[in-house]
Design a protein around this ligand. Structure first.
Ligand code: HSE
Length: 371
């Protein structure tokens, strides 16, 4: 029976992964062992099975007795343990949600509804390292796979509206605390029907500028504001998040000709659902109804939302999409710049298709490959 290690199952991505695996009854046909960096001997997750106490995630000897290691522990762990394991001659499969190994020559970025052929080629040529993509990139490709697969995309400009969850669990909690503080300070004015919006705004603006406002993790207010910078600076003037758009999408698809993707990535006060506004340059003029069909038929999770107010408000927002696997695409129309220019908007859960789901699915694909 295959031996599979799980590391980092308790964090945000890891716990969403565990939840999805239990939901899909994935824990069968292999022997799971759960590892920890902090609680050796402790109790593992509730997966509906008897499992042994937690093992040490730095015990490379034990880890290298595994056929597959699945880690959502983060980049520092990967950078420490992965090279040691390979140096020891370990030939197993390493499945990782962190970005550390994404751009390595001998790794494949996984998003099987979009690049199953690339994955299958990797498996048959002996690639052993499979990494989940950046959430924004994966969600963009899920949404626009139909245009890519028809070879229609010349370039994409994507302007993002990224949720707090992408920055981490503490950031998500900080957003909620910021909202709570604002709710509390404005309560009296909100309760008073005679108060004006201008008074409430003045109070909120004063509050978010106070040194007591909770900004330990974001550094600045996100509630009642936004942050037009995600991750570190790159020499190009892009942020690293913006840089990933092009390099990762091209690596995922293994395009012969590079298809540029660029834009500005912005953090907004959504909880776990990233949204993106696209300007897409097609390489030829295609009627809008054909474009809509291509987008809609690309995979079973894409949902085309008519470019009308009511369905847009009800189906194309983080409030509607949070916690689901649905990837709605809407606001689809030709742009004023010319018939090859298309506008579209998408939302997707950053922890599901953006992180845990591609990992869950590659694990199944590799298990299938090995049996
Ligand atoms: N880097 C992303 C973000 C999340 O900050 O939203 C991880 O892919």
């Amino acid at each position: 029976m295959l031996k599979i290690a799980f590391v980092g199952w308790r964090g945000m991505v890891g716990s969403v992964l565990m939840g999805r695996m239990v939901e899909e009854k994935d824990f069968s046909g292999f022997e799971p062992t759960f590892f920890t960096t902090s609680n050796v001997g402790g109790k593992g997750p509730d997966i509906g099975l008897e499992i042994p106490p937690l093992k040490d995630a730095y015990d490379t000897k034990l880890l290298s007795s595994m056929d597959i290691v699945v880690t959502c522990q983060g980049g520092d762990y990967t950078k420490k343990v992965y090279p040691e394991m390979r140096k020891m001659g370990w030939q197993g499969y390493w499945i990782d949600s962190a970005s550390a190994l994404r751009m390595e020559d001998d790794s494949i970025i996984v998003l099987d509804p979009v690049n199953r052929a690339v994955i299958d080629r990797g498996l048959s040529t002996g690639i052993k390292t499979y990494v989940g993509g950046n959430c924004t990139v994966s969600l963009m490709l899920m949404a626009l796979a139909g245009l890519y697969s028809h070879g229609l995309v010349e370039w994409i400009s994507t302007m993002t509206y990224q949720a707090a969850s992408g920055a981490g669990a503490n950031n998500m909690k900080e957003l909620a605390s910021q909202m709570a503080v604002l709710g509390l300070v404005s309560k009296d004015l909100l309760d008073d029907p005679a108060s004006t919006a201008i008074e409430i705004d003045a109070l909120i603006t004063k509050e978010i500028r106070k040194s007591s406002f909770p900004v330990e993790y974001f550094g600045v207010p996100l509630a009642a504001s936004l942050i037009p910078w995600i991750d570190s600076a790159m020499p190009s003037g892009q942020t690293r998040e913006e840089w990933k758009g092009s390099v990762e999408s091209n690596k995922i698809l293994q395009n012969e000709k590079i298809i540029p993707v660029d834009g500005i990535c912005v953090r907004v006060g959504a909880m776990r659902c990233h949204s993106q506004a696209f300007a897409i340059k097609l390489n030829r003029d295609v009627p809008l109804d054909e474009i809509a069909e291509m987008i809609k038929n690309a995979n079973e999770w894409v949902e085309l939302v008519p470019n009308d107010k009511e369905p847009t408000l009800n189906r194309l927002t983080p409030a509607a999409v949070n916690g689901t696997l649905s990837v709605p695409v809407g606001r689809l129309r030709k742009m004023l710049m010319g018939p090859e220019y298309i506008a579209a908007f998408t939302c997707g859960d950053q922890l599901l298709w953006g992180a845990a789901e591609p990992i869950r699915r590659i694990l199944k694909i590799i298990i299938q490959h090995l049996s």
